[in-house]
Design a protein around this ligand. Structure first.
Ligand code: NOJ
Length: 589
């Protein structure tokens, strides 16, 4: 269907919506049916790159859903798959192309799904495989692809593989996990878990320790065992055949450990759980990780699927490694570095973007997720919070790359942190309180309206709704033309309609400005969209270096202006955190 958007008085026709998308998929559907396979509805037909060599995910907007907290269809206080299905209209209207659902597989929920006890089923709390199939099918009619979360590093301690493995030293699955004898009555080495304490737990049945980088209920698989590799790739295939368009890969860094189990060097100080800090050189980011990424990519390519990596990196060079030397690993390693910036700062962001551009690769921007304090809370100053949320949206939606939103970001959801230890659900917070309060605050129920429980559930939600739900919710923000939600909708529509924003290169403007981040995106035809974002809490006036992208006589046509005024002399006044986006009407000089 043709979409027509009115942006700042300009009529924009979404050409994407005019493009027939279904033809090749129909053929693939027929082929799959002919082969007697289950149809892989979300995957793309081969050879769908555009002229710039880009694939669907390069232009897409992804949206992360924490299923416990998105929409509860049966009133048990926990979200579910039917709940997600019921919100597809909302997601389509927002402009989302793909949803990443954090683990919804059977799990004892020690780590809220990141402890999987069966990789090929749906946890009853979320529904059934039939509900999943329905979600895939309905999402397809909304032009939304489904990305699942694959947890390759560890299973639940209740997974049948681990139950077999721990049953005896001679069990055929013993070597599927990492078992070692202790040393002088202590664990085999000094490695400490990222969730607190030793990474080793003694199992009384066989008197050996098993290794777990995360909780003791999350034993690490032994990726050096080819049987493990095959079993895990088979699980991925199971979902590809059911129609998923790709996976977000959990904790890829920790797949391998040094076989000699050398002690990690100690660093000064203690971690939040009171254990010595370590330089994790022997149990993190081992080179073998890349062999697995390549194997997963090979399989993904069979289904034209996309792999998104949970890639925590210290710098852009490290991030670059995850694309693979021959671009044969992850298509979308997440840049999680923006989430760690201590403050909003034009020079800091500019420097990072320049490093990304210099490194090559297609950036993947994230500003919050289920493990990180929400950007609204992190970047908010208590005075300009909504405007900051809008400015952040314009930044990561308009840069060259693919954004991954976190549910609720589009309405300005805030963190709602537990105030007392007894209220904490996340074991990380229960163990580390008060230095580590856990991740409940960023996982609260989606705020649909201002009724009880924010319209998330008719029952008592598993986590309390954040206080700002009465003002920041989908219903009220839909009705308010100046809301954060409507700004997101506008900007996402703009991404879809402006080739320069979809494909265009990044051109830095006003590179020395200490407060305003300004850039242009320019397509191969020379059409440019210019963006100026005031990243400071004081009003700014800038004269953009338009000569870098347009003829001296060029006029700029405003596309989005929030707290901004453009003057005849081409200078732009920006309120604190103001946003100005315009199209440069003429081509390069
Ligand atoms: C990263 C996930 O995002 C986090 O929520 C989880 O606790 C750990 N990996 C362990 O799976």
């Amino acid at each position: 269907m043709t979409k027509i958007w009115v942006l700042a008085g300009i009529l924009v026709i979404d050409m994407c919506a005019l493009t027939p998308r279904g033809g090749a998929q129909q053929k693939r559907k027929k082929d799959a049916a002919a082969a007697g396979q289950k149809q892989d509805a979300g995957a793309q037909p081969k050879g769908t790159k555009d002229a710039a060599g880009h694939e669907w995910f390069n232009h897409a907007v992804f949206y992360e859903i924490y299923p416990r907290s998105f929409a509860d269809s049966n009133g048990d206080g926990v979200g579910d798959l039917k709940g997600i299905t019921s919100k597809l209209d909302y997601l389509q209207h927002l402009g989302v192309d793909a949803i990443w659902i954090t683990p919804c597989f059977p799990s004892p929920q020690v780590d809220f799904g990141y402890d999987v006890s069966d990789y090929e089923a749906i946890d009853p709390m979320y529904g059934t495989l039939a509900d999943f199939d329905e979600l895939v099918a309905k999402a397809k009619t909304h032009k939304i692809k489904i990305i699942l979360d694959f947890v390759p590093n560890h299973t639940s301690d209740q997974h049948k593989w681990f139950l077999e493995s721990k049953s005896s030293k001679t069990n055929p699955k013993r070597d599927w996990y990492i078992w070692r004898d202790g040393k002088d009555g202590k664990p085999p080495n000094n490695w400490t878990s990222t969730f607190g304490g030793s990474t080793w737990t003694l199992d009384p049945t066989t008197g050996q320790y098993y290794y777990h980088y995360f909780y003791a209920q999350q034993p690490d698989l032994n990726w050096r065992n080819p049987e493990v590799q095959k079993a895990m790739l088979d699980c991925m295939r199971f979902w590809y055949k059911r129609g998923v368009a790709g996976f977000r890969l959990d904790a890829v860094d920790t797949l391998y450990e040094d076989p000699d189990l050398k002690d990690n060097p100690l660093l000064p100080g203690l971690d939040k759980f009171g254990f010595p800090n370590e330089h994790e050189i022997y149990n993190k980011k081992l080179p073998e990780v890349h062999d697995v990424m390549r194997a997963m990519r090979k399989l993904a390519d069979e289904y034209n699927a996309v792999l998104i990596g949970e890639t925590w990196t210290a710098n852009v060079a490290e991030l670059r490694d995850y694309y693979g030397e021959k671009n044969d690993e992850l298509q979308m390693p997440m840049d999680l570095m923006l989430t760690q910036f201590p403050k909003l700062s034009a020079p800091l962001f500019r420097e990072h973007i320049t490093a990304l551009e210099d490194a090559g690769g297609w950036p993947v921007f994230v500003i919050s997720n289920h493990d990180i304090r929400r950007s609204y809370t992190r970047w908010g100053d208590g005075k300009n919070d909504d405007q900051i949320a809008k400015m952040a949206a314009a930044m990561y939606m308009l840069l060259r790359g693919t954004p991954i939103m976190y549910y609720g970001e589009e309405i300005g959801m805030e963190n709602n942190d537990p105030k007392r230890k007894e209220d904490v659900q996340d074991p990380q917070g229960r163990r580390g309180w008060p230095a580590e309060i856990g991740r409940d605050g960023e996982r609260t129920p989606m705020q649909w309206n201002d009724s009880a429980n924010a319209g998330f559930s008719t029952g008592k939600p598993w986590l309390p709704v954040a206080p700002n739900f009465s003002t920041h919710n989908v219903a009220s923000e839909t009705a308010d033309p100046n809301s954060i939600l409507n700004l997101y909708r506008k900007i996402i529509a703009l991404r879809a309609s402006e080739p320069a924003l979809r494909e265009g290169k990044y051109i830095e403007l006003n590179g020395h400005d200490p407060n305003v981040l300004a850039f242009a995106r320019q397509d191969i035809g020379g059409n440019s969209v210019i963006v100026a974002l005031n990243m400071s809490d004081s009003a700014q006036s800038v004269k953009l270096e338009l000569g870098k992208v347009a003829a001296p006589s060029a006029k700029a046509t405003t596309l989005v202006s929030v707290g901004a005024t453009a003057s005849e002399d081409r200078s732009i006044s920006l309120d604190p955190y103001g946003i100005y986006v315009a199209k440069a009407d003429s081509r390069l000089r």
